[in-house]
Each structure stands twice: as structure tokens, then as C-alpha cells.
Design a protein around this ligand. Structure first.
Ligand code: LMR
Length: 334
């Protein structure tokens, strides 16, 4: 009898161990934007490739639109291990204590994606990722969204048009300085709250990419949009370090490969996603789209270049000079 009981217990134990071993490793990937965006599609592509290449040993659960964690919550959730993967905007790393990332928020420092990639694909990008390790975070990749445009319920053509406006910003000191330089009142707010705040008048306007403006329907609650291309929004795909280091080596290698290919895909589609969104906004007729003349754009650059000097101590003067070297940006030429 005792022998049989031991045998049954042993079988049960082996079965349970087997079942557990077959449990897939779950990667919860939380983000704040819609699915039909560069980041939304990038996350879905990573899920597809990761599950394929690990033959189902990894299961990626993607939570878009702040459905799992919203701005202001997601970084802590990652550090606690309540979520394994995020792709926050580069403008949201300041509260983590790495304000260096706000160099990406500087107005007009990047002429386009090629300039950004000189930084993200080079030594600066790697050095910025190293700064996350002490926070228990590993940086895996940089994903593009696009250039920032302005929206409000009045036409924004000149720097003076911003005076006194309550403008929503991401949690970045550089973006705060940018709007103060225009005489506006910056308001940090979670992305998920922007549409309603615009609809109810809690804020007068904001800045974002065409893709985010369109997919969050901000153009339906803002009478005017100015195509100013005055800044950039991009992302760092990050994971919890403890989770990542504990992965079986073959799984980590497969996920690195999946991330590499998902990154190529996400960055390949980013420009078209934004161009198509801008076209859709124009076609919607819900907001008047203003394109700045070269003279008007020059006036914006003149008004905003002081932000570089004002924020150099926060970002780090050496980093700023490195960025200028990489992009060829010369504030004196504005
Ligand atoms: C924002 O908060 O405006 C954006 O960073 C959202 C996003 O992730 O694109």
C-alpha cells in the first residue's frame, strides 16, 4: 500500500513538473498607444516572431492603449516585474532619473529619421542604454514614431500665438522649457487622458505625431493643426533586467533576433504611418491643417533654439555637443 501511494505521488509530481516545464514563458508587453501605429504594429510583429521562433515556449501578451499600465505607472511596474516589456517614449525617462534621454526632445535638433538613427544606432544610443542597467532595466532597441506637430483651437503660426495657452506635454523638462520659451503653460499629462482633456478644455492644445493625433482622434477635438515638425517622438524598447538575465540562453537569443527584425519592421513603416495619418486628418475636414512657410518656420527655430542652451546643464553639455557632431546641427546658424 505504502509503495503504491509513493508511486502515485511520484507520478503526480513528475506530471506536475512536466506540465510546469511546458508552461510558456509569458512576456507582458504594455504600451500606451493604439494598435494601428508604428509602435502598436511593431509590438504585434515582435509577438508573432517571438512565438514563432521559440516554438511557443514564449507567449507575448501585448496590452495597447494603456489597458494594463498608463504613463506614470508603467516604469515602476517594469522595475517591480509586474510587466516584462515596455516601449516608452524617450521623453518619459526623466522621472527615472536619466534626464539625458531628453536630448531627443530638443526642438529642431533632428532634421528627420536619418539624423535620429545616427544617434540611436551609434555609441550614444548604447551609452544611454547602459544608464538604465542600474535601474534594473535593459534597453533592447530604439523604435521610431515621427516628428511632432502642434494642435490647438486657434491657429498657431507664430511663436506669439502660443502665449498663455495650456499645452499638454510628456514628463520632460525639455518639453516644459520648450513651451515656456513660447510663453505657453506646459501641463504634464498621461497620454490616455489627453483626448478628454482637449474635449473638455482642461488643456488648450498639445504636440504629437500625426499618427498619434489621428489614432487618438485628437483632430476631432482640436480646430487647428500646425505641421511644424519641431521635434521627434521615438521609443526605447526595454525589459526587466532580472527577467531578461534569468531567461534560458537559447530563448534570449531567439528573442533578441525577433526584436531585431521587429525593430527593422517598425522603423520601416514609421514614416508612412505618419504620412498616411496626416492625409487622413486632412481628408477628415475635422481640423484645419496649417503648413508653416519657410519664414514662419525660421521664426519658430529662432524662438526655440534657446531651449538647447537653457537645458544643456540638465541633459549634459558633453552629450549635447556629441549630438551636434552626429547630426551637424549648429544653433549659431539659426
Ligand atoms: C505621448 O505621450 O504623447 C506619446 O509619447 C505617446 C507614445 O507612446 O507615442
Amino acid at each position: 500500500m505504502r509503495f503504491r501511494a509513493t508511486l502515485v505521488a511520484l507520478c503526480a509530481f513528475v506530471l506536475a513538473a512536466g506540465a510546469h516545464a511546458q508552461q510558456p514563458i509569458v512576456v507582458k508587453f504594455s504600451h500606451v498607444v493604439a494598435v494601428n501605429t508604428p509602435k502598436g504594429k511593431g509590438a504585434e510583429r515582435f509577438k508573432q516572431l517571438a512565438e514563432e521562433r521559440t516554438q511557443g515556449r514564449v507567449k507575448v501578451e501585448v496590452y495597447p492603449n494603456s489597458t494594463l499600465f498608463k504613463d506614470g505607472e508603467e516604469m515602476e511596474a517594469l522595475q517591480l516585474g509586474s510587466v516584462q516589456m515596455l516601449a516608452p517614449s524617450l521623453a518619459k525617462f526623466g522621472p527615472l532619473g536619466v534626464r539625458d534621454y531628453e536630448v531627443f526632445d530638443l526642438p529642431y535638433v533632428f532634421d528627420g529619421y536619418a539624423d535620429v538613427h545616427k544617434v540611436t544606432d551609434g555609441p550614444i544610443g548604447k551609452a544611454l542604454f547602459r544608464k538604465l542597467e542600474s535601474k534594473g532595466i535593459v534597453g533592447l532597441a530604439y523604435w521610431d514614431n515621427g516628428l511632432r506637430e502642434m494642435t490647438a483651437n486657434k491657429p498657431l503660426r507664430t511663436p506669439a500665438d502660443f502665449r498663455g495657452l495650456k499645452m499638454r506635454i510628456q514628463s520632460s523638462k525639455v518639453l516644459d522649457a520648450q513651451f515656456r520659451a513660447l510663453g505657453a503653460l506646459p501641463q504634464v499629462m498621461a497620454f490616455s487622458e489627453v483626448y478628454q482633456a482637449m474635449q473638455t478644455g482642461v488643456i488648450d492644445g498639445g504636440e504629437n505625431t500625426s499618427s498619434n493625433i489621428y489614432t487618438q482622434k485628437m483632430h476631432e477635438v482640436q480646430k487647428y493643426m500646425t505641421v511644424s515638425d519641431h521635434g521627434y517622438i521615438g521609443y526605447a524598447v526595454i525589459v526587466n533586467k532580472k527577467f531578461w538575465d534569468a531567461l534560458p540562453a537559447d530563448i534570449r537569443t531567439a528573442l533578441e533576433g525577433a526584436m531585431k527584425d521587429a525593430t527593422t519592421y517598425a522603423n520601416d513603416i514609421a514614416k508612412k504611418e505618419n504620412d498616411d495619418a496626416l492625409e487622413a486628418i486632412r481628408k477628415s475636414g475635422r481640423t484645419q491643417v496649417i503648413t508653416l512657410t519657410p519664414q514662419e518656420k525660421a521664426a519658430w527655430k529662432k524662438a526655440l533654439v534657446k531651449v538647447h542652451e537653457d537645458m544643456a546643464p540638465t541633459i549634459g553639455r558633453d552629450l549635447l555637443q556629441e549630438i551636434y557632431r552626429e547630426t551637424g546641427f549648429d544653433p549659431a546658424k539659426l
